[in-house]
Every structure is written in structure tokens, then in C-alpha cells.
Ligand binder design. Sequence first.
Ligand code: SAH
Length: 471
Amino acid sequence: MNEKVKSEKNLNLKKNQEVSLTIEDFTKEGEGLGKYQGFPLFVKDTVIGDEVKVSITKLKKNYGYARLVEIIKSSEDRVTPLCPVARQCGGCKLQQISYDKQLHFKKGLVEGCLTRIGGFEKEDIEQKMEPVYGMEEPWHYRNKAQFPVGYDKEGNLVAGFYAGRTHSIVANTDCAIQAKVTHPIVEKVLAYMRENKISAYDEKNHSGLIRHILTRVGFTTGEIMVCLIMNGTAKQLKNINKLVDKLKEIEGMTSIIVNTNTDKTNKILGLHCETVWGQDYIEDYIGDIKYQIGPLSFYQVNPQQTKVLYSKALEYADLKGQELVWDLYCGIGTISLFLAQKAKQVYGVEIIKEAIDDARRNATLNHMDNVEFFVGKAEEIVPAQYEKTGIHPDVIVVDPPRKGCDAALLNTMLDMAPERIVYVSCDPATLARDLKILCEEKYTLEKVAVVDQFSHSVHVESVCALKRVDK
Ligand code: SAH
């Protein structure tokens, strides 16, 4: 019998039992891990080095989960979260950890995956990893917020964020990672709703009007968009002019929109938008490239660090001006346009048609005629194009979703054999899996950079440079 199972039986642990332990490790989901007499317990809201009293919430055969009850002795790396509701809110899982340690943790996750899953040597990775690119001021960095609106237990109208893994709203209009202007915007919308008896949406009964308040801010232009997501249409907003007048008082207000979502769904936005005041979109720049952003557009949420990330991708692509480049999983073409500044020709591929509509519009907006976009799956478009033209690109950039690149695409990339591959990743585990395939065949890993796009959350963004070698 497994030793751990035996130990649990011997320990005879029970739900709600309180035990003391020291946090020794930290998971990629943002939970501390400690052992009570050898039995592993995962505890949220902790820091490596904390001595804590915990209450067991769930027991499995070989491990369990527990809730933090009391910190007996704080870790040296523990800090007081800036946000008073950091513990309840599902957004920031790392605010209790000093920012330096957060960066260290994220770098360690990438290193760990590359050695464990990717099969790279530890010394080799340490040599190739750049110092992690963190933020100088890791607060108020987000340019997009989506506040659910509802009622608290006393029936008061509230807006905030969902508590982890639930749909109960933690009331907070002053989020520490959102653009500061978000706070007065949300307060003004709530005040208007109270004064004009506009109801909040109730998920359970599918009744009520306002579901979410969406804000978008162009950090370089100062332009602001407010979008009310409604279980109905703008016509149902009594005295809407009063709301518009109040929001217009905010400097930079550019666009006020109502989005209709009458479906019983967890999806936040519906398909139909009506502009109530101002423009249909706001504009923003990343570096020298201008982007038009509508309520439905995908746009990176941390523009300052996105610039760092894309500049790294561009540096790793090492373009001289004559190159042919593929940008796969290109979204609204943000990286494609960045690359097109230095390449001869860029081809972008993205599965979502609306994103490609945005990408084409943004290419025109920036007078770039050396980019072409394809709608479809990268693993289908790229092999088909390669078969049709037989052309070998000089550089391929990929920025896949968490599941990583499709195996068929990796095979075609190996056949196309570009001189350089730049891999932008939001999941170090799939990154490592894919690099293993590429580096076993024809490539060598040259450089790795971790760029902290989502400070205080567990998300890890990294970029890798690969160079073709003859193996
Ligand atoms: N490079 C972009 C977006 C990266 S997010 C940027 O920096 O903004 C990953 C993108 O891959 C998403 O836009 C998603 O819609 C797209 N995607 C997911 N699966 C895909 C596939 N099989 N082929 C092409 N694109 C895909």
C-alpha cells in the first residue's frame, strides 16, 4: 500500500480539523503546499516559508486541501496585499507575495517546465534565460475591466469581481490592477442605476437589466470606452442622457456603448452593439503601431508589458528587411504589424474571423501593405499554403493558446525549416512540450525571456528564440 495512504489512515484526518504546518512549495495554480506529518495539503493565500494554522476542507487519498486560519509566523516574502479584498476575489492569487518573489516564481515555472518536460539541461536553460522582465510599478496596469453587477446579501446594488470559482460578487469598484479611471466610471454607473431604478441582472431568474460594466482605456491616447452589457437594449435605460452627461465629465471619454446579451450564458458579451454616444471604438498605440479597439475586439490587457514582449519577439526574429515571416495564432494582428515594420512580407493566420477583420483594418490604418491575413486553423492553412507554393519562410512566429501548437503544424514547421522560430507562450508546460519536438529535430534553443504581463496573477508569459541547426 502507498505510504501516503497509510499515513492518512494512521493520521485519521477529518474535514474541518485544524492542523499546523509550514509552506514548503507553491503550485502553478497559486496554492501553497505544506505537509502535516508527511501528508500534503494545498493551502490558498499562503507564501513559501509561512508557518500556518489551517482547517482541512477536502481530503483525497494522497493529499488534501485546507483553508488558511491563522499565520503563526510570516514568511520573509509575505507582504500585505494592497487590495483589501485580495483574498476573497478570484483575480489576484499572488498579492500576498512580494513582487520580486512573484517574478522569481514565474521564472522558476518556465525553467522547471523546460527541464522537466522539455528535456533541456538545467545549466543550459539557466544560461539562456534572460533576467525576468517585471513591471516597475505593478499596479493599475490593466486597460480592460469587466465588472459583474448584482446585489449583496442585504439587497444593495454592487459591482465587483467574482470570488474564485463562483459567481458570487465580491463588491469592489476600486481594483488595484485596473486603470485608476475605472473606479469613478463604475461608481457613476451604479449611482445612475440607483437614481433611476435600473435593475441589475439576476443570473438565477434570468431577469433584470445590467449584467456587466465593461471599460477599456487607451493608455497612450487617454481614450476611454464604457460599455454596458444588458439583458435588453439601450431603449430600456430611463434618462440615459443623465448617464451620458455624467460619464462625459470624465476626461478622455470617447465611446459609450450598449451591448445586448439576452442569452442564459456565462459568456459576458453578446454580438449586438449600439453606440449611445461618441465613437464606436477607441484607439491606442503599442510602440508606433496604432490599433482600433471596439467592445468585442481582443486586445492585450497590459499594454506596457505587451510592448516589452513584442519588442522581444521582434528582437528574436532578428529581421533585416528582406524576410518572409509567418505570424501564427495572430489574433488582431498585433505581432504581425509589429513584425511588418521590419520584414519584407508577413502572413498572419487566426481562427476567429472577427479578429482578422480587425487585423486587416489595423493594417490599413497603419498604411501597411506588406501583411496578408488568413482566417482558419494554423494547422490547416500553413500546410496547404506550403504545399501550394513550396516557399520556405525565413522566420515563423507562433503565439498559440494554452494548449500549444497542433502536432500537424509543428511537422509542417519542421518541413518549412525557417532559419528562426520565435515561440510566444502563455503556458510553459505546452511550450516545453513543443520545444522538445522542434529541438529534437532541427532547432536549438537560443534564448528565453519571461515577461510579466499579469502581475499578481499566476499567468506566465514567455518568449523563446530558436535557431535552425543541421542535425
Ligand atoms: N498573437 C495575438 C493573439 C494570441 S492569443 C496577440 O498577441 O494579440 C492566441 C490566438 O490563437 C487567439 O486569438 C485564438 O483565437 C487563436 N487560435 C486558437 N486556435 C487556433 C488555431 N488552431 N489556428 C489559428 N488560430 C488559433
